[in-house]
Design a protein around this ligand. Structure first.
Ligand code: NAP
Length: 334
């Protein structure tokens, strides 16, 4: 029987970042845990997720003085709902806090038989689904086509690139730093990779790495990287617009997109938000779990230890510190 605590630690947003997010935007406090109401479940959080989109919510969406809401995996320690029992492993939009009281209908059971429990909030969860949907439904690469992925060794990008390889495409990654470039080629199996920080102008490096032009681009970063890719697009190329992390901290003006080049190449640009596609998660898990188990999709998680290190781990996303999905472990797996 788990002991039910009376207090929890929470990381609050105490200042809205105006430019690059800093650890001083957050504060750790202790708060009382209220008794459960019918339909509620108390979860001891184990793994907390750090995601770039949270930075956007810090400008607009999250309340000041409230804990950051983010995906987490945890253990049910008390339940006032018949759907969950003490000891169940669950994931949901819980929070940067040691315990979360959640509505039962907002939680999903985690099956430890499927692999590491962290995968429920990374490669086997919404992150993997984002890569799957963006690459296979929107990018839809054909065998022999050239695919480029930015943030190529990140949480989403690393899966998107490998899915394109499995579809028979030639895949070129864009990432920051020589270590990430080597990881893209040696571990993830990319055909080539470019360090966007070192290769200036990037358009020339892309032209050299993609001699047949670019048919599909999976964009995680936007900004100048996107424009360099647009300059190398083939006719009727497809752009899966997943995110534009280079713009999230309001650093430098967005250059604007090379629309006339897009027009000239009759390229299609499709933005998508994975929240609209959650109904596809069960089908996706069925297809993805065997690919991971067989080693056809390799997945790396960058796990930081300790509750106090959550703000630093999050801010590090924008310094490119993570290789793979950034998580923080704050308590033990049962
Ligand atoms: N559409 C959706 O529903 C959806 C769902 C999930 C995620 N996303 C988006 O997908 C993208 C990737 O998310 P993720 O969770 O997989 O994060 P991630 O790629 O694991 O981590 C962020 C990475 O972004 C790169 N980065 C940071 N600042 C940058 C800058 N100024 N210019 C260029 N690159 C920069 C860094 O890699 P380098 O070291 O390589 O620079 C960093 O490691 C984000 O844009 C995110 O918002 C969208």
């Amino acid at each position: 029987m788990s002991t039910i605590p009376s207090e929890k630690q929470c990381i609050l947003l105490v200042r809205r970042p105006e430019a690059m997010v800093e650890e001083s935007c957050f504060s750790s406090v202790s708060r009382k845990i209220a008794p459960l109401q019918a339909g509620e479940v108390l979860v001891r959080n184990i793994y907390l997720s750090c995601d770039p989109y949270l930075r956007l919510r810090m400008t607009e969406g999250f309340e000041l003085g409230e804990p950051i809401v983010a995906r987490a995996v945890g253990e049910v320690v008390s339940s006032a709902d018949p759907r969950f029992s003490e000891g169940d492993l669950v994931w949901g939009f819980l929070g940067w806090e040691t315990y979360t009281t959640a509505r039962a209908e907002s939680l999903f059971l985690v099956d430890p038989e499927l692999g590491p429990v962290t995968h429920a909030i990374s490669v086997r969860g919404m992150i993997g689904l984002t890569a799957w949907l963006g690459m296979l439904d929107i990018g839809a690469p054909l065998p022999g086509e050239t695919v480029v992925v930015s943030s190529a060794v990140g949480a989403v990008g690393s899966v998107a690139g490998q899915l394109a390889r499995l579809a028979g495409a030639r895949v070129v990654g864009i990432a920051g730093g020589s270590k990430k470039v080597r990881h893209a080629i040696d571990v993830l199996g990319y055909d080539d990779a470019i360090d966007y920080r070192a290769e200036v102008p990037l358009a020339e490096a892309l032209a050299a790495a993609c001699p047949d032009g670019i048919d599909v681009y999976f964009d995680n970063v936007g900004g100048s990287v996107l424009n360099a890719v647009i300059s190398q697009l083939n006719m009727r190329s497809r752009l899966a617009m997943c995110g534009n992390v280079s713009q999230y901290n309001n650093e430098g003006a967005d250059e604007g997109i090379g629309l006339s080049q897009m027009l000239g190449r009759q390229a299609t640009m499709t933005w998508f938000a994975i929240n609209d596609h959650m109904h596809r998660l069960p089908e996706f898990v069925t297809r993805m779990a065997p690919l991971i188990a067989s080693g056809r999709i390799v997945y790396q998680e960058h796990v930081t230890q300790g509750f106090d290190n959550v703000p630093g781990a999050f801010c590090g996303l924008f310094r490119g510190e993570n290789l793979g999905k950034r998580l923080v472990q704050i308590s033990d797996i049962p």
